[in-house]
Ligand binder design. Structure first.
Ligand code: SF4
Length: 317
């Protein structure tokens, strides 16, 4: 059996203890694909405030962007960083984790003035047992000075930047209202690598209009662009999204579990040795899920299925 290199195993072998990512959702962040800078409404599958109830705390509805001149939310944002990290540590410590990465997850976490980002990232890194950062963002929203700053931090800390790739086909990216093309992601990934950063790429299987061959071509291209790590997700439909309208009109058929498993195993088969797999599925277990119903099954059930399929192909996960 060949072992799939997981993020947990990579961190454990590097730091000698179990390391967990603590997800953060900081109020005041949005996305240029939502606020009208590149588009409005966001990706068709994105329920824009669905990432975390924390976002709803920004009652003033002030949102930052790259040219915000001042940030009246900074004090509250710094408090959120500290309190969310503490809460995460409390929870994960009981599960045997000893060190943590602060994972800026919700929305576009480089889409704010540089000074704000510096303060948020450095505050996260100053917390006890935080050994690094993982920053989720878009290819059109990272200034060079942020890359420089992260590159400097990476000499001391474990620094990751996560880009949504989703598909390498521009017609598909347009159909999901992604607001950027594939070239933009390719350039962003290569640039982050030039700055010496660790890059994680996100891929979605089951996008409207994509064949399995297209999904696998996206995976192959992402590997070729130099990603160090990958997250695979199935596309599911959340109520209240533009994708939900497409689904209700009969214009979108979600990927089945069998199709997803088959695509995932093939994508792992194509993966060069050394790439770290951070995620192999995603789902939600509440009534906002419209379809496919298998994405509402428990994580244990889905992981069992995935491990079974990977084992048949000779992989231990
Ligand atoms: S890039 Fe992310 S946050 Fe922005 S609209 Fe798309 S899914 Fe939502």
């Amino acid at each position: 059996m060949e072992k799939v290199r997981t993020f947990g195993a990579y961190l454990k072998s590097k730091y000698g203890v179990r390391v967990k990512k603590i997800p953060l959702a900081i109020g005041g962040f949005t996305c240029p694909n939502i606020d009208g800078t590149v588009a409005k409404g966001g990706c068709t599958f994105c329920l824009n405030d669905s990432f975390s109830p924390n976002v709803a705390k920004n009652r003033d509805k002030i949102f930052l962007n790259l040219s915000s001149k001042e940030n009246p939310l900074l004090g509250s944002q710094l408090n959120q960083v500290v309190s969310q990290i503490n809460k995460g540590k409390e929870e994960f410590h009981t599960l045997g984790y000893k060190k943590y990465l602060a994972y800026f997850q919700a929305f576009t976490n480089t889409y704010a003035p540089f000074e704000t980002l510096q303060q948020l990232y450095s505050t996260a890194l100053s917390q006890k047992d935080i050994i690094g950062l993982s920053i989720g963002t878009r290819s059109d929203s990272v200034e060079d000075r942020v890359l420089e700053y992260l590159s400097e931090l990476s000499k001391t800390y474990e620094i990751w930047i996560e880009y949504g790739i989703q598909s390498i086909y521009d017609e598909i990216l347009q159909r999901i209202n992604r607001g950027h093309d594939a070239k933009s992601v390719e350039e962003a990934i290569k640039k982050a690598k030039d700055y010496g950063l660790n890059v994680c790429g996100h891929l979605i299987f089951g996008l409207p209009g994509e064949s399995q061959e297209m999904m696998l071509n996206s995976a192959k291209a992402a590997y070729d662009w130099g990603i160090d790590s990958v997250k695979f997700h199935p596309l599911y439909v959340v109520k209240g999204t533009m994708l939900a309208n497409e689904y209700n009109r009969g214009e979108f058929r979600p990927i089945t579990l069998d199709e997803y498993l088959d695509t995932l195993v093939k994508a792992i088969d194509l993966m060069p040795k050394g790439i770290i797999v951070q995620r192999v599925t995603a789902g939600i277990d509440d009534d906002t899920l419209l379809a496919p119903s298998w994405c509402g099954k428990s994580k244990n059930y889905l992981m069992g299925k995935i491990k079974q399929e990977l084992a048949k192909a000779g992989y231990a996960y």
